[in-house]
Design a protein around this ligand. Structure first.
Ligand code: FES
Length: 338
């Protein structure tokens, strides 16, 4: 009994399944990991982690592109070795190569650009240009702000003499004059006089409370009358390096949030509603007799009032974020806040 010969169809399928392709490469995986690191870094630490991710993506992207374009650049494509047995051509079988059966086609010089190679190159090139036109502007808008200077600016609120002792003012000011009104902020300010430390050094004391609600960031408002008619103190407008500074006198019994009813006492401690901590405060310095606002910091609570207040101070945190107690561990990663 003669051994069963494979049918032409079976032979064709088996040859098709055994196509010889370039070996798999790890470069795309490395490139993807780099992109993921860049995106995670944008949330955690844009300058350090995103930079590391960018380096990874660039190195692996370069290696990947070099592999993908090797054939176009005239370098021989590395493929797995041929393992199929060569057979004589027969009826219904795939023909052997032309050079084993006489000249079927004129030989193509190695340096010639064939039509398929030209189309492949044109497709890749055009695809690259279109992809670049789409992704570069989007990536620029997404990534550049992380590397541009967005630090807290100093804010000149005017001379210390503008702020009478133990009087509250609602101050509105622009943080960055270049950005204009979009950077206008509000703070509640009281001049506490001077405070003397344990070494006998006296320094000015101000309570400067941010109006950003510690729940979701809505602007809180003073609970109390405003204006000279009720407070006895005139409202003031100063013009400083930061532009116009408006100071409206107020008698605050506390602060209230219009969004979800959060309530705070005059020192900014939460007393009711959904906020998770006290209101943030501004650090300050006195420069040439002028009150200068610095960056904001977060506060868990304040014990005492005025110059004698003990402030439980923390690094700036986002609205809704606990800064002390066990709840703080639910927020391990936070984007930068200003
Ligand atoms: S944002 Fe202020 S209570 Fe919700």
């Amino acid at each position: 009994m003669e051994p069963e010969q494979p049918s032409p169809d079976t032979e064709h399928e088996s040859l098709h399944e055994e196509q010889h392709l370039p070996p798999p490469t790890l470069w795309p995986i490395g490139f993807a990991i780099g992109i993921v690191v860049v995106l995670v870094g944008l949330v955690i630490n844009p300058e350090l982690i995103s930079s590391i991710g960018a380096v990874i993506a660039i190195v692996f992207g370069f290696l990947w592109a070099r592999d993908a374009t090797a054939e176009l650049r005239g370098q021989p494509l590395v493929v797995e070795p041929e393992r199929r047995e060569m057979r004589e051509a027969g009826e219904g079988m795939t023909a052997p190569p032309a050079d084993q059966q006489g000249v079927a086609l004129p030989p193509v010089p190695e340096t010639a650009v064939t039509r398929s190679r030209f189309l492949e190159g044109a497709t890749l090139g055009l695809g690259g240009v279109i992809g670049g036109l789409i992704t570069v502007p989007v990536a620029g808008f997404a990534l550049l702000p992380s590397f541009l200077s967005q630090k807290q600016h100093k804010v000149d609120l005017g001379p210390l003499s503008t702020f009478p002792l133990n009087k509250w003012y609602i101050a509105t000011f622009t943080v960055d004059p270049m950005q204009g009104e979009v950077s206008r902020r509000t703070a509640f300010i009281r001049n506490n006089g001077t405070v003397t430390d344990s070494k006998g050094n006296a320094s000015p004391s101000f309570t400067i409370i941010s109006n950003r609600c510690a729940h979701l960031g809505c602007p809180v408002q003073a609970n109390g009358p405003t204006g000279q008619k009720f407070t006895g103190n005139p409202s003031i407008t100063e013009h400083t390096d930061n532009g116009r500074v408006d100071l409206e006198s107020v008698l605050p019994a506390g602060y209230g949030c219009p969004c979800h009813g959060g309530q705070y006492d005059p020192e900014g401690n939460r007393i009711a509603g959904p906020p998770v901590r006290a209101l943030d405060r501004y650090a300050f310095e006195v420069d040439n007799g002028r009150l200068i606002l610095l960056s904001t910091y977060s506060v868990a609570k304040v014990v005492g009032t005025g110059a004698q207040a003990k402030i439980y101070k923390y690094k700036q945190a986002g609205p809704g974020q606990h800064v002390d107690g066990p709840e703080q561990w639910f927020y391990p990663l936070q984007p930068p806040h200003h």
